[in-house]
Design a protein around this ligand. Structure first.
Ligand code: NDP
Ligand code: 2IT
Length: 446
């Protein structure tokens, strides 16, 4: 490894040994950008790597709230404002029991390259809380969101930092957060994306991550003269992203045969389509957090504690959470005939799984490229808010589609430039990194 890249990576490992996910994300990016750093001495001279791995600001606060019985609780809240070289900090909020500073740093770091890939003027951030929505009443969720925003509102704004949803934060939570921001700051502004359609939200934003992921998979398959039409697809998760992927696959003639949750996996060989897709939304909204309900409702098989990757498929869409697919899973998928893995979630493959996919020579896209449709549509929502107008569904979808085609094209161009055609990890990391690094150089001491 290039000695400068190795030194900075080593420093990160030594400085933050407990931040496993952050180290994993930095390792993947640094290994990819090595040939670029080798070629361009400015990055070392200007200490771009040392500067790019540190968030510009990390906000850590307590979130006190009261349940319906009047008992007190406290959770931890965070916002990692990672990098503003390309625009206001931009990225989602995650409410999930696994949220730690390490998880949010990895997500903010990935967001930096993802947002850069969209070509829209957005910097990077990520935030959230270790609040667990399971079993909470709607009133408790509202109280929690209000308390969370009471502190967060000091740090965000339409031109400063624009959060959105992520795991556990959907339309309902964005509504409560927006309402509280407005009360505190007395300002109706595009401070959050994923808003309701009647109050500044964009058409297609709910579907955008999933739609974008399928558009990206289509582009990858096209390079091998194939498409999703007629393909059997395995999807994990049952949330916002999995839902959007299932909808677009149905439209394009792909067959989704699995979804999954923390309780296990559903296998539906006849295909998840129509009402079954909409049932995913009901399951998510119920707060029970289990996919067994789907199996009970439609009389299909449920496999407790299992993941979808044992089911034969041609295309796989991991859409649940980080590190949900390991090297064994990839090998099993490939031996069962899978030729393409498109990440809907952020970092769902372990480093070893990524290596297994590359070694097998299948099409594999990292989330920062294939799930960029969500934040891209958030960028389009910001544009509409700034102009105080609203585009039609067709207009937003057409822009989203074009952005995904362009990201694919840019990834391929970068991978070819460095002699590794088909390597979307290298292509996405180099292409995403280059814009941020150049902007940092041009802006001086940032
Ligand atoms: P949701 O909260 O809507 O859904 C996530 C789903 O995955 C939940 O049902 C969750 O259940 C489930 N899940 C969590 N862990 C597991 C597991 N080990 N096995 C199976 N299912 C699991 O979140 P999103 O759909 O928005 O997010 C999914 C992924 O996509 C995340 O990695 C997110 O960062 C990424 N993403 C989201 C974007 C967006 O716009 N929403 C944009 C780009 C990426 P539970 O909560 O109980 O764990
Ligand atoms: O991971 C992601 O890109 C998101 N959760 C969406 C972020 C956004 O600002 O729309």
């Amino acid at each position: 490894m290039n000695t400068y890249v190795a030194e900075v990576l080593n420093d990160v490992r030594k400085r933050y040994p407990w931040e496993k996910e952050f180290i994993q994300a930095v390792t993947e990016v640094f290994e990819s950008i090595e040939p670029l750093v080798d070629r361009d001495p400015r990055y070392q001279k200007e200490k771009i790597l040392e500067r790019i791995v540190e968030p510009e600001r990390t906000i850590f606060f307590k979130v006190p709230w009261k349940d319906d019985r009047g008992d007190y609780h406290v959770n931890r809240g965070y916002r990692v404002e990672f990098n503003s070289a390309l625009g206001p900090y931009k990225g989602g909020l995650r409410f999930h029991s696994t949220v730690t500073l390490s998880a949010l740093k990895f997500l903010g770091f990935e967001q930096m390259f993802k947002n850069s890939l969209t070509g829209l003027p957005m910097g990077a951030g990520k935030g959230g809380s270790d609040f667990d929505l399971k079993g909470k009443t709607p009133g408790e969720v509202m109280t929690f969101c209000q308390s969370f925003m009471t502190e967060l509102s000091r740090h965000i704004g339409a031109d400063t930092d624009v959060p959105a949803g992520d795991i556990g934060v959907g339309g309902r939570e964005i509504g409560y957060l927006f309402g509280q921001f407005k009360r505190i700051r007395n300002s109706f502004e595009g401070v959050l994306t994923g808003k309701g359609l009647k109050w500044g939200g964009s058409l297609v934003r709910p579907e955008a991550t999933g739609f974008g992921c399928v558009y990206f998979a289509q582009e990858m398959l096209r390079t091998r003269g194939a498409s999703v039409e007629g393909k059997t697809c395995a999807v994990s998760g049952f949330g916002n992203v999995a839902w959007g992927v299932a909808k677009k696959l149905e439209e394009l003639g792909g067959k989704v045969v699995t979804i999954s949750g923390p309780d296990g996996m559903v296998h539906d060989p006849s295909g998840i389509r129509g009402d079954k897709i909409e049932f995913m939304l009901e399951m998510r909204a119920s707060g029970h957090d289990r996919v067994k309900d789907f199996a009970d409702e439609f009389g299909v098989s449920f496999h407790a504690g299992k993941r979808p990757w044992q089911i034969p498929c041609q295309v796989a869409f991991p859409c649940a959470i980080q590190n949900e697919m390991d090297a064994e899973d990839v090998k099993r998928l490939v031996s069962n005939g899978c030729t393409c893995i498109a990440e809907g979630a952020n970092m769902p493959l372990t480093l070893e799984a990524v290596e297994a996919a590359r070694t097998a020579g299948i099409l594999y896209s990292p989330g920062k490229a294939s799930n960029a449709g969500g934040v891209a549509c958030s960028g389009l929502e910001m544009s509409q808010n700034s102009m105080r107008l609203r585009w039609t569904r067709e207009e937003v979808d057409q822009r989203l589609h074009q952005i995904m085609v362009d990201i694919h094209q840019n990834c391929r161009a970068a991978s070819e430039e460095f002699g590794r055609p088909d390597d979307y990890v290298l292509g996405a990391n180099i292409s995403g990194f280059r814009n941020v690094a150049e902007a940092m150089i041009e802006q001086g001491l940032v």
